[in-house]
Design a binder for this molecule. Sequence first.
Ligand SMILES: NC(=O)c1ccc[n+]([C@@H]2O[C@H](COP(=O)([O-])OP(=O)(O)OC[C@H]3O[C@@H](n4cnc5c(N)ncnc54)[C@H](O)[C@@H]3O)[C@@H](O)[C@H]2O)c1
Length: 389
Amino acid sequence: MPETINAAVIGLGILGSQHADLLHKRPEVSLTAVADLRRDVAEEVGARLGAAPYTDFREMLRAHRVDLVVVATPDPLHRDPTVAAIEAGVPNIVQEKPLATTWEDAQAIFEAAEKHGARLFVNYANRATPLDISTRYVVQNDLLGRVVYGESRLDDNISVPTSMWGDRTKEWAAGSSTVHFLLPHVVDLLRFYFSPAEVREVFAISQQEVLGYTPDVYDAFLTFDTGMKVRVKAEWIKHIDELVEFYMCFSGAEGTLIYNKRGGFGTAPGWRANVSRSIDEKTLIGHQSALLALGSNVAALLHRPAPSTGTLKAGGGDLVPALEFRGLGYGEFMAMPDHFVDAILQDTLEPTCWQGLGPLPTHIDGLRQTQITAAIVRSAETGQPITLE
Ligand SMILES: NC(=O)c1ccc[n+]([C@@H]2O[C@H](COP(=O)([O-])OP(=O)(O)OC[C@H]3O[C@@H](n4cnc5c(N)ncnc54)[C@H](O)[C@@H]3O)[C@@H](O)[C@H]2O)c1
């Protein structure tokens, strides 16, 4: 186990500067060097955090022998710095999502990591949110019965592709899309919740009417090897009050989970699983305690739903057990990179802070994610469903 991790960051924009700050804060990490094409940015971050600044990441890799490199360049620009760091002998990489925007880039990164035995973590940040961990818990413990259908919408405010990166925004958004910027989170979460299920078929549409330089929306149906179908939609032309709107719903044979992660407006965030009626009171309380241990202080409810609209009423009436969380459930935004540092210190893919949740996401998950997101792009282009190996 290394006592001190010597680290460097490549790409010091919105995310990379947060990675640099996080590494600087950890007492076990020495932030040695930082690189950004923009000299003023590299020098500002370097001076603030006591790291040597570079504009050329290859020169930085030649000058410093480090244990960890974080790569946080824009979406289509992950391959070169990640592969260069691996080939320079860096044993640990933390790379921002998506693993890549093309299947070719993803394969090149994957092969480099395999060939050199590098540990490569991908920052699928949502995995660390207590309510996402709780969603996985509900699914993995079969509290909904067999899940057959799901839907997700992860949408951005239109200000993201029109102004979030200042003067660079149009070029940034044109080099990416909602498939590469937003859907990697959703695709990865589905694989996390429903592990070991994998996507076998993809059918997608897209539309480009408003922005012009990048598609406005991708809307895809994913069919899993369990037979489950999940609709995943992501647009970035929404005129909403929030930066992000994120909603998910899963229907099982015996229960339904609705996860309103971030409302656009008018909708309170919250998380509720109406679980199988076969679950008795004592077992329900046991699940509540288990979720508390995972970081979600949920209420255990036995309630009597009475579905009605105006004068219309449907069945219901029986007591239904449920687990519910009200309020914001974002969690800590940089929690995942913190787990990666612990994993490196403990020389494992499943550090003590991540026990019971499987290995932290690696290049293997990244390859799968890119296979799915690349298939979404291809399906939308060709109008054909794509079968995945
Ligand atoms: N995990 C998450 O939740 C999350 C959230 C937002 C963004 N991201 C991802 O983080 C990545 C970075 O996004 P961002 O918003 O910080 O972008 P950004 O444009 O703000 O930052 C990227 C930085 O990389 C620099 N850069 C580009 N090419 C370079 C090179 N060859 N060498 C050195 N520096 C280079 C740019 O100058 C810029 O400063 C993206 O892949 C994005 O999808 C992840």
